[in-house]
Ligand binder design. Structure first.
Ligand SMILES: Nc1ncnc2c1ncn2[C@@H]1O[C@H](COP(=O)(O)OP(=O)(O)OP(=O)(O)O)[C@@H](O)[C@H]1O
Ligand SMILES: O=C(O)C1=C[C@@H](O)[C@@H](O)[C@H](O)C1
Ligand SMILES: [Mg+2]
Length: 196
């Protein structure tokens, strides 16, 4: 029994955890990419706490994101989002899923880059649309043509998300497939530059 334990290979999650070290792992990408769902599962595999910035903003403000946008507008929301991200990046390591616009904001992106390994969950329009059109709690998509709005956001934001350290393609496959690809990507990225 003891022999089996001593010779067991580390799991993908354990290898990724070692590679990550003290850094936070920060998920970025558009609404519906899977930052919250995949982020939570990755945190479990890494044995790290998970936090979602949208939830944290709602907790500290005691308002929903929709109420915040309606009462104070997007600029105030972004300022609050930056403060929350700055605070979260000081602690850790943990897995942090950000709201869709967080990495686009210069200040928030700066804080993320300074203390985190960022990972972009990239998805094409049809995958995103299929996921977000079922619920209507996203203020930026309350437009005449939300699918076109999503396309416009992709056009504007994808060049900025591309600045993330890692990219994993989010698509219509089981979530654990994406989780494993995230863990592999962390290991590959952190092993780069190490002598073989
Ligand atoms: N690989 C996947 N296969 C099927 N469904 C998925 C997959 N990844 C995520 N989903 C589902 O898509 C929906 C949107 O995912 P999620 O809420 O995690 O996106 P998000 O990136 O956090 O979006 P937002 O920026 O709006 O918070 C959820 O219902 C989630 O369960
Ligand atoms: O893409 C965005 O700008 C947003 C995404 C959501 O996660 C929320 O943070 C909010 O609805 C704004
Ligand atoms: Mg989310």
């Amino acid at each position: 029994m003891t022999d089996i334990l001593l010779t067991a290979e580390p799991t993908l999650g354990q290898r990724a955890r070692t590679a990550l070290g003290r850094r936070n792992l920060v998920f970025v990408g558009l609404m519906g990419a899977g930052k919250s769902a995949i982020g939570r599962m990755v945190a479990t595999q890494l044995g790290l706490p998970f936090i979602d910035t949208d939830h944290e903003i709602e907790r500290v403000s005691r308002m929903t994101i929709t109420e915040l946008f309606a009462a104070y507008g997007e600029n105030e929301f972004r300022a609050l989002e930056t403060r929350v991200i700055k605070r979260l990046m000081r602690g850790g390591p943990r897995v942090i899923s950000t709201g869709g616009g967080a990495f686009i904001n210069d200040n928030s992106r700066h804080h993320i880059k300074s203390a985190g390994l960022s990972i972009w969950l990239k998805a094409d329009l049809d995958v995103l649309w299929e996921r977000v059109n079922k619920r209507d709690h996203r203020p930026l998509l309350k437009t005449e043509n939300p699918k076109q709005t999503l396309q416009d956001l992709m056009d504007r934001r994808y060049p900025v998300y591309a600045e993330a350290d890692l990219t994993v393609q989010s698509r219509d496959v089981r979530k654990d497939v994406i989780v494993d690809e995230v863990l592999e990507a962390i290991i590959d990225y952190c092993d780069k530059g190490k002598p073989k």
